[in-house]
Design a protein around this ligand. Structure first.
Ligand SMILES: [Zn+2]
Length: 315
């Protein structure tokens, strides 16, 4: 059993000042006995110090998103490594960061570790990534992606995210991992939430100006740049045949992922659901394909739009 704590509201607030850049968060489900999975579920309510207290105490486990879309900035950079020589790679990175005048804290993890760097103020996600990717490549530390299956992963995982998007979340430190029912602490500090936070607060924080200087003239290595979006070229309609176009009926909400536009599902909307207006995914490369993630059928969606699918006429 992992240690149970009873932290003060003040400790929770200190944790939030250090780690919470936006109030969106996920809660990790208890481990499923069937397959051992413990997925993170996105919450609709904003994170508050009560939830953070529960996380620190060990009553539940949360994950946090790196980027705030309003500023495209983050409060921290976390380097996740879980491959064979993960810890060696992280220690190597930490030594090199020190040479650049940056303190980094190493947290244990289930299969390796997480190396954390904290900002004095908001740090541009794109600059954080440029810096770490270049540093890692210079040291020969493998970076996942760009053709490599194994390597470090850098949170923030995106250079920027759309308004209403979240990017990737990482398990918040100092809590209990539901898969192993264990806490993973930062090295170099006593193993209580208070002592750990105290240690983290004592680290030198990276300023935006320092990061700017460190990344001058650098860009993200080519292999890791996101692919340029493929513009959609509509099919030439067959003369005389009026093809149904979902895009003529719904409003795209700007929450698109790499393959799909997002919109409120008309059928869900009719039932007063899908307030987040992103149940309907419309394939960017061919918008004839669309699907409601809440499970509405194509027939229901078309009917809700007053454009029912015509059944083939009976003979
Ligand atoms: Zn629906």
């Amino acid at each position: 059993m992992p240690a149970h704590f009873c932290v003060s509201r003040q400790t929770a607030e200190e944790f939030m000042r250090l780690f919470v850049n936006r109030l969106a968060y996920c809660i990790q489900k208890e481990k499923a006995p069937s397959d051992g999975s413990a997925p993170y579920i996105k919450q609709t309510r904003p994170l508050d110090s009560g939830a953070v207290r529960m996380h620190l105490n060990g009553d539940m486990t949360i994950s946090l998103f790196a980027i705030n879309p309003q500023t495209q900035s983050c409060k921290w950079v976390a380097i996740d490594a879980d491959f064979g020589d993960a810890l060696d790679a992280l220690f190597h990175l930490r030594r090199e960061l020190k040479q650049d005048g940056i303190d980094a804290a190493l947290e244990q993890s289930r299969r390796g570790g997480h190396l954390w760097i904290f900002g004095e103020g908001p740090l541009l996600a794109s600059q954080c990534r440029i810096y770490i990717y270049n540093l890692a490549l210079r040291l020969g530390v493998p970076v996942k992606g760009g053709g490599l299956k194994e390597g470090i992963e850098v949170f923030p995982r995106q250079d920027h995210i759309a308004d209403g998007a979240y990017g990737n979340a990482i398990r918040a430190p100092l809590g209990v991992h539901r898969k192993t029912n264990r806490r993973y602490w930062f090295y170099d500090a006593d193993v209580t939430p208070e002592a750990q936070l105290n240690y983290l607060y004592g680290l030198k924080k990276l300023t935006a100006t320092e990061l700017e200087t460190l990344t001058q003239g650098m860009e993200l290595p080519k292999a890791y740049r996101p692919p340029a979006p493929v513009p959609f070229v509509p099919r030439i309609p067959v003369t005389g045949q009026q093809e149904f176009r979902i895009l003529n009926y719904v409003q795209i909400t700007g929450k698109q992922d790499i393959r799909n536009w997002k919109a409120q599902c008309p059928s869900c909307a009719q039932a007063g659901r899908d307030r987040s207006r992103d149940n309907l995914g419309i394939k960017i490369s061919d918008p004839r394909f669309y699907v409601c993630r809440a499970g509405c059928t194509k027939e229901e969606i078309r009917a809700a739009l007053g454009q029912p699918i015509r059944k083939a006429a009976m003979a």
